[in-house]
Design a protein around this ligand. Sequence first.
Ligand code: FE2
Length: 159
Amino acid sequence: MDRRTFLKSVTIGTVVGGAAATALAAEKYFPVKVDQSLFETINRVKNPSNKTPLEKSHAPVLTAPQTVKSGEPFAVEVSIGEVVHPIGQAHWIEFIELDIGNEPAGRIDFQPRGYLSPKVTFTVTLTKESSPQGKVTLIAHQRCNLHGYWEGAADITVT
Ligand SMILES: [Fe+2]
């Protein structure tokens, strides 16, 4: 094998191998096959200490203070996945919703354009009237067009 042929095959091998590895990694977290069973229920993380790749990229992750003061606004970040889910024309997050307890509080819809990432911040104000026991559960939902409806939650104490 002459030098030119060797360099060509090494270069092609590297490019193909790199593309295949990237595709495999992307497929692990963001599979593009539709699993209809994911649309039959509300999906949640089953074992928080051992999340599956699908759970890591689809279960809403809420970041909020553990304790807040009544009447004072605070930030609640909702990220779709600890590995943030991509948004593109074939595979995207349709919306993110935030409930305060059982009451819908707000919703953000996404278009499959690729401009936005499914990571948003809501400004929330809780009062003692909205949390008679001094605790409230914030619940976030999202729907992926290929992987169904997912839920994540965080408990907050209101003083
Ligand atoms: Fe997805």
